[in-house]
Design a protein around this ligand. Structure first.
Ligand code: PLP
Length: 455
């Protein structure tokens, strides 16, 4: 099919990217992974141009960071204006209004009919670290509960809270103490013959058992949950599970922290994905799409909890930088004026429809799932076998890259293809991207005999 947006002038990576790749390999350690081996020259909306003049459609969005798209003109204008006024004073040296405006807007948007406050940081991991510090200070307890397959970052505390040993934890111990991993539902991989309802009841029972077997509830400061697991493979829990965990937290004075770093800012069709579950968290962590590519993160939540840290106990040199605050305020304006919550639902419906059609054609697409525009499909050896097929996923991602589509994998078994395109993508660009996804799958699942056979 003739492509309107994707323009390939060279093979991927092109000659200039290859030169830079050599330099990268010499001067930058392997530990930092690179999904695509090309180097960007410029990017706008859902399109990315590399240094060899090739244009890609972006279904990765810098791992869910670009819900408003690359270099949105309003974000660029706000940043230029901010940079020309002042770049940084340090909020704890001399304050600026944008920090307060952002805190006020987020407090009003976040769920919960109570007084709220917000504090800002730089990265997702830093937001989680600070939410944990605040929770411990408030409850005067130490225990932190996270979930199997969860991802919360790469610092010592957040790495400890994260699942997936390789690559996130292997060889990096000892880990932080007083962190406990609770079960989280994974409907697709429930025991054979069990209904979804029975499975939900089983996981809830396991969670209750966990509080008897692993850690006493009265010693737990907080339960930290992703409303939809991101790195874990775009796993959507059932409402009953999330609500029961919330209920247990309330019974025992445990704080419920929603980690919305990947799910927030319209990705699932709401500002906060936790709103799909009818649950009000005590604290919410945010980052990624909040800053449209400018590093900023935050913790929003109950004012009494947020205020428990004493003067100087939280914060940091660049925390809630003026550029980050201006970017985030502009992101909120864009979500509102461009109806990105509605757009996420429409995009998600179309992507799931396409993925389901593909799943009918390919025996190896075992599951299609998502919430709003957070969509994924799980690649397995066969619909009944369900053995994860990481090799096929790596090949599909590579094929997609070489055909001009930026694509990401995820999941404990690295066998999930996840889609995180900018929500500002046009219908035409979305269709072209889905077409390339289909072609990449066809190239791997049908014609490659070394992996699962399609149809
Ligand atoms: C749910 C969640 N929490 C925390 C993080 C860590 O964010 P960062 O990489 O900015 O530290 C991520 C990053 O993928 C995430 O998805």
């Amino acid at each position: 099919m003739e492509k309107k947006y994707v323009k390939l002038q060279t093979s991927i990576p092109g000659p200039r990217s290859k030169e830079l790749l050599e330099q990268r390999n010499k001067y930058v350690p392997r530990g930092i992974s690179n999904n695509c081996h090309s180097f960007v020259k410029k990017a706008q909306g859902a399109l990315v141009e590399d240094v060899d003049g090739n244009t890609y459609i972006d279904f990765a969005g810098a791992i869910g960071t670009l819900n408003v798209g690359h270099s949105h003109p309003r974000v660029v204008r706000a940043l230029q204006e901010q940079a020309s006024q002042f770049i940084h004073t340090g909020f704890n040296v001399m304050m600026y209004e944008s920090y307060i405006q952002l805190a006020e807007r987020l407090c009003k948007l976040a769920p919960g009919n109570y007084e709220k406050q917000a504090a800002f940081f730089n990265s997702g991991a830093e937001a989680v670290e600070n939410a944990v510090k605040i929770a411990r200070k408030y409850t005067k307890r130490q225990g932190i509960v996270s979930f199997t397959r969860g991802f919360h970052g790469r610092t010592l505390m957040t790495m400890t809270m994260t699942s997936k040993v390789k690559p996130y934890k292997y060889g990096f111990g000892p880990f932080a103490p007083e962190v406990y991993k609770a079960p989280y539902p994974y409907v697709y991989r429930r025991p054979e013959g069990m209904s979804e309802q029975q499975y939900s009841a089983m996981i809830i029972e396991q969670f209750e058992q966990f509080l008897l077997a692993e850690v006493a509830p009265e010693t737990i400061a907080a339960v930290v949950m992703e409303p939809v697991q991101g790195e874990g493979g775009f796993i959507v829990p059932d409402i009953a599970f999330v609500q029961r965990v919330r209920e247990i937290c309330s019974q025992h004075g445990i704080l419920f922290i929603a980690d919305e770093i990947q799910t927030g800012f319209a990705r699932t069709g709401k500002y906060f994905a936790i709103d799909h579950f009818g649950v009000v968290p005590d604290l919410i962590t945010i980052s990624k799409s909040m800053g449209a590519g400018v590093p900023i993160s935050g913790v929003i939540g109950r004012a009494d909890v947020m205020d428990s840290a004493d003067v100087g106990e939280i914060g940091g040199t660049y925390s809630g930088s003026p550029l980050g605050c201006r970017a985030a305020l502009t992101v909120l304006d864009i979500i509102e004026s461009e109806n990105l919550n509605d757009r996420a639902v429409k995009i998600g419906d179309r992507v799931i429809e396409k993925m389901k059609l593909l799943a009918e054609r390919f025996e190896s697409i075992g599951d299609v799932r998502g919430l709003g525009a957070m969509c994924a499909m799980e690649i397995v050896k066969g619909k009944h076998d369900k053995t994860p097929d990481k090799v096929a996923v790596n090949k599909i991602v590579k094929e997609a890259n070489e055909r001009g589509l930026l694509l990401l994998s995820a999941g404990l078994y690295s066998n999930v293809i996840r889609i995180l395109m900018p929500l500002t993508i046009t219908d035409d660009q979305l269709e072209e991207g889905l077409q390339i996804l289909e072609e990449s799958i066809e190239a791997v699942l049908v014609t490659d005999p070394s992996v699962s056979v399609g149809r």
